[in-house]
Design a protein around this ligand. Structure first.
Ligand code: ATP
Length: 605
């Protein structure tokens, strides 16, 4: 066992899973529902492995009883039998691959669904921390790897072992000396298989790495934003060079890989022809000098049986690697399935019938991780029908407050309450139903405007949709498009301007008709006309609905009932515009440097 571990790469060796009883038990739990099918597969494999050996044994009788005895009838019967058995073996093999494929597809179907469900329940932190590529790999190639393991690795082990046992027994039964000769030859296969295996693994891993590199280049440089960056910085030639160099490396690896395979085949081919020669040599000696009852047919059978052993020996030599690799796949998948969902409904989660919009933050402290506190002693209450504007320098913790409000993260200490219910006791779906969020970074799916809007409320009537779009100041624009609401918005909504996307996302939030609406106002990334259109949409909503706005523009701030001024994770000032100006503190500074500018811009229009 230890010797053959060199088939694995250093990384695989380092991450080698512990093959524990629990792991085997857990893997078996996925196979359990298909137990009957798997038994059928095993039976079929046993039958077809035995049937595959029969024609080799019949060859001896064809030679001795048919050809040498010149008995044509017997020859016909034996040939017919041999063809029939081969045919039967192949038909049974067909059934085996159907059942096998069916079982492996079903197991991976269940696994894939379980994984997707798990990923959907993972906290926001998981998606901000983990590499998106890794998540997709787990969902796609890891699970496909599992399918491969179930459908081919384990069946190949089983059929190889059975074929080997049957062929060895049959050889020893024919002639034990020749049986021993056959066994002596087997190690000769081990040497080239081992060394070619090593080279092939190294190459396979290098190919995999280079292929990841190529995918990375393609992903980054052919995405909309990446391509724009390449154009803006005139980096075409640099990117083309980089791509061509990596591609060239790949070609070299592919050629090496193909040659390693050829060399391997030459070695195996040589040993495959030496084996029969040894049997002929030793068999001939025995037949001529020791045991005259050993027939030509017997020697032919032994040669045929020996060649039957090559393939299973070969397959089994690679098995340990396959088994370890498959255990690693299962372990990686199970690690994902076992991950802490962190934020979930407790058993008695509430969905109160009434929630008018009263929200309170009581002594809230929070950090994304233990190393740094982001919010410190946050206290404020939002009364139903009222609006709060949060202002402060970048990084003060404004968006973090919204993250906590939506329970994307849990507070480290203190409490957030909705109508005196701690959010931790409320149903997560209830919380998210109550709050409509319009973020700076508007995400739209690559679908039509209508489909994007209905994502918020699949039951909305067309009239309601138009109404929401009118309030969000976007209906006129949509109506002017040739395909109107059926217009495709493109990748991430990139066929729309920033302002249009934001107004569409306001319409989407309004369509959800939440109790509390939250705006994370964009920081003047738009021109004044576009901003004004958004402003006209936001202001009436702030006045009508319970709302929180992370505000960057004076008119939004003035529309709110209370202003919270944040700095370094704390609320440092609070009140109304003129009161805050009088304090001559941070608000005043922000007013002079930011808000006043936006006010002047508005006045210019
Ligand atoms: P801005 O006005 O620039 O959007 P903000 O006041 O909304 O800033 P936050 O986004 O709340 O600030 O960020 C507050 C601090 O928390 C920042 O220092 C930021 O680096 C950190 N932070 C934000 N999101 C995360 C995260 N997911 N993981 C770790 N740290 C984070």
């Amino acid at each position: 066992m230890r010797r053959r571990s060199s088939f694995l790469t250093q990384q695989e060796k380092a991450n080698r899973p512990k093959i524990s009883k629990e792991l085997i038990k857990r893997i078996s739990s996925y196979l359990k529902p298909y137990f009957k099918h798997l038994i059928l597969v095993v039976l079929i494999i046993i039958t077809s492995s035995i049937l595959k050996i029969v024609p080799s044994i019949l060859t001896g009788r064809i030679i001795d009883d048919g050809l040498i005895k010149r008995d044509f009838n017997m020859l016909l019967i034996l040939i017919g039998l041999s063809v029939g058995v081969t045919l039967l073996g192949n038909i049974i093999g067909l059934i085996e691959s159907y059942v096998n494929t069916w079982v492996s597809e079903n197991i991976t179907f269940n696994m894939r669904n379980e994984m997707y469900r798990k990923l959907q329940s993972m906290p926001h932190r998981f998606f901000t921390t983990n590499n998106q590529g890794d998540i997709i790999t787990r969902m796609t190639s890891d699970i496909s790897g599992v399918k491969q393991v179930i459908s081919s690795t384990y069946t190949s082990i089983l059929s190889s072992v059975i074929t080997l046992v049957v062929a060895t027994v049959a050889m020893f039964q024919k002639n034990w000396i020749l049986g021993l000769v056959g066994l002596v030859i087997v190690p000769l296969f081990v040497i080239p298989t081992r060394s070619a295996g090593k080279t092939r693994w190294t190459l396979t891993n290098e190919v995999q790495k280079t292929s990841d590199e190529i995918n990375g280049i393609l992903n980054e440089t052919l995405s909309v934003s990446g391509q724009l960056l390449v154009k803006l910085f005139n980096r075409h030639d640099f990117e083309i060079d980089k791509y061509e160099q990596t591609n060239e490396k790949m070609i070299g690896l592919h050629i090496k890989q193909s040659m390693a395979g050829r060399w391997f085949r030459v070695m195996i081919g040589t040993f495959s022809s030496i084996g029969p020669m040894l049997i002929y040599l030793v068999g001939g000696l025995i037949m001529m000098q020791v045991d005259s009852t050993l027939s030509v047919g017997d020697i032919t059978v032994l040669v045929a049986l020996l060649s039957r052993m090559y393939q299973p020996v070969n397959a089994l030599l690679n098995t340990q690697v396959e088994v370890i690799r498959s255990m690693a796949l299962f372990t990686r998948i199970f690690n994902y399935l076992d991950m802490d969902v962190e934020i979930e409904n407790n058993e008695t989660a509430l969905s109160p019938n009434t929630f008018s919009g009263n929200i309170e933050f009581k002594d809230v402290n929070f950090g994304y991780d233990d190393s740094r506190e982001i919010l410190n002693g946050i206290n404020f209450s939002l009364d139903a029908g009222k609006s709060i504007a949060i202002v402060g320098p970048s990084g003060a913790g404004k968006s973090t407050i919204i993250n906590l409000l939506l329970r994307l993260y849990d507070v480290s200490s203190g409490a957030i309450t909705f109508e005196n219910h701690n959010v931790k006791d409320l149903d997560l779906a209830f919380i998210r139903d109550q709050i409509g969020l319009v973020t700076q970074d508007t995400y739209l799916f690559n679908a039509s405007i209508l489909e994007n809007l209905m994502y918020a409320n699949p039951m909305a009537s067309f009239n309601e949709i138009v109404e929401a779009c009118k309030k969000a100041n976007i209906h006129e624009f949509i109506d002017s498009l040739p395909l109107k609401y059926e217009t495709q918005v493109g990748n991430r909504g990139l066929k729309l301007s920033g302002g249009e996307k934001q107004r569409l996302s306001i319409a989407r939030a309004l369509l959800k008709d939440p109790t509390v609406i939250v705006f994370d106002e964009a920081m003047s990334s738009l021109d004044s006309i576009a901003e004004n259109l958004i402003q006209e949409a936001i202001e009436p909503v702030i006045k009508e609905k319970t709302s929180i706005v992370i505000a960057h523009r004076l008119s939004t701030i003035l529309a709110a009932d209370e202003i919270l001024v944040m700095d370094k994770g704390e609320i440092v000032e609070r009140g109304q515009h003129f009161e805050l100006l009088k304090l001559d503190g941070l608000y005043n500074l922000l007013y002079e440097t930011q808000f006043k500018v936006s006010e002047e811009l508005e006045l210019q229009i």
